[in-house]
Design a protein around this ligand. Structure first.
Ligand code: FAD
Length: 452
């Protein structure tokens, strides 16, 4: 208890210091409305790439009265995706992992419009949306990606796509539903009821499976006395030779041991061809009886990018040059999960690459407007973090590696900083403190039955 309080106090001190640092870095806002501006910049997508591009652009333009900007997004919030899987097991409130886009861009003198972008008319320099057209002189495309299902049947109908905060909550609530059924059945049920299959051996699948383990064994167990927890089966399906293939082998091994100690079965070199309501079908013909399947097996460009008339690579990513300008489309930049640098290294679909690209695109766009030289993009990996559930995480920061409880402390510190907004930081810090002192709540909030 004393240790927890000391940790919370020092983290709160750190937050106050960050607040001062943020205030000192504040850029001068743009001083003209987008619609009245002689030069209009339009950004599609308020995620890691788009928001960073806007910030960098405003910083470089230093209170411009010539350049106005607007950001368009289908939702009015930006999501801190790295902590999405954590929602499965902890008390962290989903609202604390999102931030209103308007409250980020308004202080920068940038407008926001919540709209579904449907296409771009590059000749007319217009973005087409379900709310009409938006003119631009310069465009930044940052619409991210969507989950890839690799032609497996029944995934959208019968599995949960672990993409965002709502889906993480759906995983949590579905697991709780299974235990409600199992408690009532008092052992008289099939194996599928308490089998939970996670598809995808990358960080999201691993974190999801570890979170499900925590929820089941650390949170639910005391409340379901008539459930035989030895009948719980957690399976992680991975198409490659080993899980976490993008991560240093020694850390991946630590994860493999951790999952084994939790009785999470890892099936390597295994592909899923179909998900049925009560089974997961594998490419070699085997089936796993399971009523709960969670999909976290990769990403691909979404419909907007598919429909854009721009050069793309074989995987459908927008081709950009080293300055992040879209090939053959003057005055258009693209960043984040949806791009591929022509002739360059393959960029990982990560928040850190989207942020680095957003910073360079924002800088270059301002430089192009001001007639200054552009700077080429080069990706620098800052490391990787993987949460393995209660009191364990893997962290590799600039080559310095930690696992176990130390890894978890580093994971928390890094994500607290990366959360980016002081309100979110304070809220998540409070959630973690409550988590330490109490067992997380198992009520299925946000899923009220419809009133008759
Ligand atoms: C569950 C999960 C866990 C992850 N964990 C990590 C991690 O631990 N570490 C890490 O580095 N990365 C992680 N990632 C990956 C990281 O989140 C992405 O690489 C990053 O978000 C990409 O940034 P982006 O700007 O390209 O796209 P996003 O951040 O996805 O932003 C795209 C924005 O565009 C909007 N948009 C898309 N299409 C349209 C449209 N047609 N009209 C209007 N708006 C549109 C979306 O609403 C969204 O706000 C995780 C991803 C997921 C899904």
């Amino acid at each position: 208890m004393k240790g927890t309080l000391a940790a919370v106090t020092s983290l709160a001190g750190g937050l106050a210091a960050l607040k001062v640092y943020d205030a000192l870095r504040k850029p001068k806002p743009l001083n003209v409305h987008y619609l009245d501006a002689p030069t209009k910049v339009l950004v599609v997508g308020g995620g890691f790439g788009g928001i960073t591009a806007v910030g960098k652009l405003v910083h470089a333009l230093n209170g411009s009265e010539e350049v106005g900007a607007v950001l368009l997004d289908r939702v009015n919030f930006t999501t801190f995706y790295p902590m999405v899987p954590k929602v499965v097991s902890s008390n962290v409130e989903i609202g604390h992992l999102a931030h209103a886009i308007r409250s980020i861009v308004t202080p920068l003198g940038v407008d926001f419009n919540q709209t579904e972008v449907e296409g771009v008319n590059f000749e007319a320099r217009e973005v087409l949306s379900n709310k009409g057209t938006f003119p631009y002189d310069f465009l930044v495309l940052a619409p991210g990606s969507r989950t890839a299902f690799f032609n497996a049947k029944g995934v959208q109908e019968n599995a949960i796509d672990l993409k965002g905060l709502r889906e993480a909550l759906q995983v949590r609530n579905t697991i709780i539903d299974r235990f409600e059924d199992a408690q009532w059945a008092r052992g008289n049920h099939d194996d599928a009821l308490l089998t939970f299959v996670f598809v995808g051996g990358g960080p999201t699948g691993v974190e999801g499976a570890a979170g499900a383990h925590d929820l089941i064994h650390n949170v639910l167990k005391p409340d379901y006395p008539d459930v035989d927890f030895d009948r719980v089966r957690l399976v992680l399906i991975n198409s490659g030779e080993r899980i976490l293939k993008e991560i240093d082998a020694s850390l991946a091994n630590a994860a493999i041991h951790r999952l084994a100690s939790q009785n999470i079965e890892v099936m390597n070199d295994t592909k899923v061809t179909e998900i049925r309501p009560d089974a997961v079908v594998l490419a070699d013909g085997r089936t796993i009886p399971a009523r709960t399947a969670v999909w976290a097996a990769g990403v691909e460009p979404g419909v907007l990018v598919n429909n854009l008339d721009v050069p793309k690579d074989a995987r459908g990513h927008v081709l950009v040059d080293e300055y992040l300008r879209v090939k053959d489309r003057p005055r258009v930049y693209a960043v984040g999960d949806c791009i591929s640098i022509e002739g360059g290294e393959r960029l990982p679909a990560l928040a850190q690459s989207a942020e680095q690209e957003g910073a360079v695109a924002g800088h270059n766009l301002a430089a192009e407007i001001q007639g200054n030289p552009l700077k080429p993009f080069s990706y620098r990996s800052l490391g990787q973090l993987v949460d393995l559930g209660s009191t364990s995480a893997l962290t590799d920061i600039l080559g310095v590696k930690f696992s176990g409880i130390v890894g978890e402390a580093v994971w928390r510190l890094v994500y607290l900083k990366e959360l980016g907004y002081n309100l979110n930081r304070a809220q998540v810090l409070a959630d973690w403190a409550i988590d330490r002192l109490t067992r997380p709540s198992a009520s299925k909030l946000y899923e009220d039955p419809p009133t008759p």
